[in-house]
Structure formats: structure tokens, C-alpha cells
Design a protein around this ligand. Structure first.
Ligand SMILES: Nc1ncnc2c1ncn2[C@@H]1O[C@@H]2COP(=O)(O)O[C@H]3[C@@H](O)[C@H](n4cnc5c(N)ncnc54)O[C@@H]3COP(=O)(O)O[C@H]2[C@H]1O
Ligand SMILES: Nc1ncnc2c1ncn2[C@@H]1O[C@@H]2COP(=O)(O)O[C@H]3[C@@H](O)[C@H](n4cnc5c(N)ncnc54)O[C@@H]3COP(=O)(O)O[C@H]2[C@H]1O
Lengths: 140, 140
């Protein structure tokens, strides 16, 4: 029974890199906020030109970085860069790792960045994809 | 084995109402955005004075509602209210329902609003709490 859950491969569940919204470390925070608002996502990966994950950026991090004492100082958005505000402590997992390891990491991360053996970003593994698979297992 | 997962009670896993950040439908969007930025949460419940869930409000909904053609029009935050922008399609679950039902709902909702028999809001059930419990089960 549990073995069925344990044998799930990460590549079966992940969102492929071509369908992941992401930004460049040198983009302005204004550009990143517009990508986040238009996509509707709370947080997205930050990828370097050579396809490696540099960090994640979120609406929370962007708004936090322009939060003044009295108000949110939106005029600073254009002159700040993603690399100055991004979270560099990214939760990553390798393609060959187990579903149980993905589950452990997902307890504290809304999504995991998936990398291949060479450390290149290949997609994300979301909590919704994992929960959908677990629900199917439990319902059987 | 699976029975152990199925028998989990919702009240054991949920975040109690006293620890849930929430706002009032008559608050301004500016106030709601400050609560969201200061708490770090993406979305929080909107509760009426008599303790019933009216909706949820998120950074995405607030920023969406002030997104103009060229830029995000932050000056409108003060004169708009939470009730004008909140999502009223709230994912709720009753205290007595099963963990399997909670799992099914959590596939598409980052958290569930938990209600008692009288329909009063008693707390939220988060994906992280559910994933933590599932991980403990799978690792045994
Ligand atoms: N456009 C949409 N269509 C359908 N459902 C949507 C949606 N946007 C959000 N949701 C739902 O809301 C959850 C939380 O989204 P959030 O943007 O906070 O958090 C998201 C977002 O930060 C990131 N993410 C998901 N898909 C992404 C993508 N294609 N590109 C970049 N980031 C993505 O992963 C987090 C977890 O995603 P997950 O699917 O587990 O969980 C999603 C999903 O269940
Ligand atoms: N201050 C903090 N401390 C530790 N971890 C944190 C954290 N803020 C966020 N996280 C982590 O990030 C996940 C996504 O948070 P988010 O704010 O997008 O999405 C959150 C937020 O919208 C809402 N939420 C969680 N706790 C809340 C609370 N006490 N009051 C109001 N809303 C809450 O439920 C969603 C799902 O929460 P979940 O725990 O599954 O998942 C959380 C948790 O794993």
C-alpha cells in the first residue's frame, strides 16, 4: 500500500520549466511585481541566464522591501532589483530523489525547485500536485 | 495502515481562531495590505463581527484591484474596502468532517476555513499541517 506512494517519481508530478513563470536577477522589482500580479502567483523562481536557480521572489518580499514607517513606498519599486530582495535560501530537490523526501521538504515550502544532475533548473514540484496524488492513494 | 490517516481529526490539526490573522469586511484595502505584509501571509480570512467567514483577501486580489494599464495605482488603496475586493468563494470544512475530505479540498486551496455546527469560524486547516501528518505516516 504505502509502497505505491513511495514509488512515485518526481518527474511525473512536476510542472515543466516551460510552464513556470520566472524572472531574472537583474529585473526591477516593478517588473517582478507585475509578473507576479499578472500570473496570480505568490512566489516564483529567479533564474540566471544559464538556467540555474538563484532564488525566489514573492509579493511578500517585494512589499516588505518598500514598507516604510507610515506607508508602503511604491515609488522605490523601479530603482530596486530582484537580486537585492530575493530569497536565496531556495528549497530544491534532484530529479532522482524520492517522493518521501519531496513530502518532507513540502511541509515548509509551497513549492520545490527541481534540478537535474548538472544542477540545472528543470521545473517545480507544487504542494497541489503532491496532495492530488496522495488523495488518489487514500481514496482507493 | 491507511486507516491511521483516515482517522485523523480536523480539530487536532487546525490553527485555532485566536492564532489566525484576519480582517473585517469594512476595513480599507490599505489596512488589509499592511496586515498581510506584516504577517507575511499571502491570504487571510475576512470575518464579520459575529464570527462568520465572509471571504478571504490576498495580496494578489488587492494588487489586482488597483492594477491600471501602465502601473499599479496605489493611491486607490485608502478609498477601497475589503468587502469590494475579497473572494467570497471560500473553501470551508466542518469540524466533524473527515481528513480525506480535507485532503480533497486542499488540492485546490492553500488553507481551509473550519466551521462548527452553528457555522461559526473556529480556525484554519493549512496544507503544511496536513503534509506534516502525511509525512509522519509515510515515514513509519
Ligand atoms: N493560476 C492558477 N490556477 C490554478 N490554481 C492556482 C493558480 N494560482 C494559484 N493556484 C492555487 O493556489 C495555490 C497557491 O498558489 P500560490 O501562488 O500562493 O503559490 C504557488 C506559486 O507560488 C508557485 N507556482 C505554482 N505554479 C507555478 C508556475 N506555473 N510558475 C511559477 N510559480 C508557480 O507554487 C506555489 C504552490 O502552487 P500550488 O499549485 O501548490 O498551489 C496553488 C494552487 O492550488
Ligand atoms: N510566518 C510563517 N511561519 C512559518 N511558515 C510560514 C509562515 N508564513 C508562511 N509560511 C510557510 O509558507 C507557506 C505558504 O504561506 P502563505 O502565506 O502563502 O499561505 C498561507 C496563508 O495564506 C494562510 N495562513 C497560514 N497560517 C495563517 C494564520 N495564522 N493566519 C492567517 N492565515 C494563515 O494559509 C496558507 C497556507 O499556510 P501553510 O502553513 O500551509 O503554508 C505556509 C508555510 O509553510
Amino acid at each position: 500500500m504505502v509502497q505505491e506512494l513511495i514509488d512515485i517519481s518526481i518527474s511525473d508530478l512536476m510542472t515543466d520549466v516551460n510552464r513556470v513563470a520566472c524572472v531574472d536577477p537583474d529585473n526591477s522589482l516593478e517588473h517582478a511585481l507585475l509578473v507576479l500580479v499578472k500570473s496570480g502567483y505568490s512566489a516564483i523562481p529567479v533564474l540566471s541566464r544559464n538556467g540555474m536557480v538563484q532564488g525566489t521572489i514573492s509579493k511578500t518580499l517585494i512589499l516588505d522591501s518598500i514598507l516604510g514607517l507610515e506607508r508602503i513606498e511604491f515609488e522605490h519599486l523601479a530603482d530596486r532589483k530582484v537580486k537585492d530582495s530575493m530569497n536565496t535560501d531556495v528549497t530544491t530537490i534532484q530529479l532522482g530523489e524520492s517522493f518521501v523526501r519531496a513530502l518532507e521538504l513540502a511541509v515548509n515550502a509551497p513549492f520545490l525547485c527541481v534540478e537535474d544532475d548538472a544542477g540545472r533548473f528543470v521545473g517545480i514540484l507544487t504542494r497541489s500536485a503532491m496532495l492530488q496524488r496522495i488523495h488518489r492513494y487514500v481514496k482507493m
